[in-house]
Design a protein. Structure first.
Length: 281
């Protein structure tokens, strides 16, 4: 598979470990109120590889959430950071510790990072990311869009066979189940949620089994020029980045990494299709 990897720019972006934000109460589809944790901070007992439905919470972000306090600089942070990018702690007791980007969360505009010893980190610690990935193209497949993924990780996950890009995924999500985030104009700076309001559909399609870091396919969605454009004959592949949600219209968040026509992308079901298994950590 030929890509323009050698021409893709690697550039520094920086944020700091964010303080959690409170969103209380959170109302479910039946009008019940919940007083539970939500976005931001260092989440000690929820991490890459955990079930997205594990936390009794709303929109909880795994591992470490970072943000830049300057709005313009944070826009660059969330737009340029890509899943699989190296992250380095630049201050505090964990200075020098390395990790990698595992997602981004639109709306709150956090970048999510996995560190092996997150207990060493504190709110406000600075984190440098070697942002590399936006602009990546598959040269023989201009009809396919690639976003939000480190080129080295891309090469480990995706292969080509008989003129198609082979995409391993744990789950295929029907396009009609996608919710919050649809319509966002920049697929390089956000995620969008699987709508888990209907528990029977969630169980039927195995959505309740997905994990943070899983690669999932979203059927009949074209995300080349915006997030979540329903279009039959197209498919998008993304990475699960945050927990299930209480709020109606929301659920586990997905960051798109590959999107295009089904004639060019072949989905292969694999229970091992999680970025954790490709990163070598």
């Amino acid at each position: 598979m030929k890509t323009n990897e050698k021409r893709v720019v690697m550039i520094s972006v920086m944020g700091e470990v964010s303080h959690p934000l409170v969103r209380m109460p959170r109302l479910d589809g039946e009008g019940n109120a919940y007083y539970v944790p939500s976005v931001g901070g260092i989440t000690y007992n929820f991490s890459l590889g955990d079930l997205a439905f594990k936390p009794y919470a709303d929109h909880v972000e795994p591992d470490v959430s970072i943000k830049n306090k300057d709005r313009s600089e944070n826009e660059a942070l969330i737009s340029l950071a890509s899943i699989g990018n190296e992250a380095i702690v630049a201050s505090g007791d964990g200075k020098g510790m390395k990790g990698f980007v595992i997602g981004k969360h639109g709306g709150i505009d956090h970048v999510l990072v996995h560190f092996p010893e997150k207990e060493k980190l504190s709110i406000g610690d600075k984190v440098l990311i070697k942002a590399w990935g936006q602009g990546l193209k598959i040269l023989d497949h201009p009809e396919i869009g690639v976003y939000n993924i480190d080129p080295e990780l891309f090469d480990k996950i995706f292969t080509e066979n008989a003129g198609k890009i082979i995409a391993p995924t744990t789950t295929i999500v029907p396009g009609f189940m996608m919710g919050s985030g649809i319509g966002a104009t920049n697929p390089a700076a956000t995620d969008y949620d699987i709508n888990t309001r209907d528990e029977h559909l969630v169980e039927e399609h195995g959505i309740d089994k997905i994990k943070i870091g899983d690669l999932v396919a979203i059927d009949n969605h074209d995300c080349r020029y915006g997030v979540g454009g329903y279009k039959e004959g197209f498919i998008s592949v993304g990475v699960v980045v945050h927990s299930n949600c209480i709020t109606t219209g929301h659920g586990p968040g997905v960051v798109v990494v590959l999107t295009g026509p089904k004639r060019s992308i072949e989905i292969i079901k694999s229970e091992n299709a999680n970025i954790k298994n490709f990163m070598g950590w």
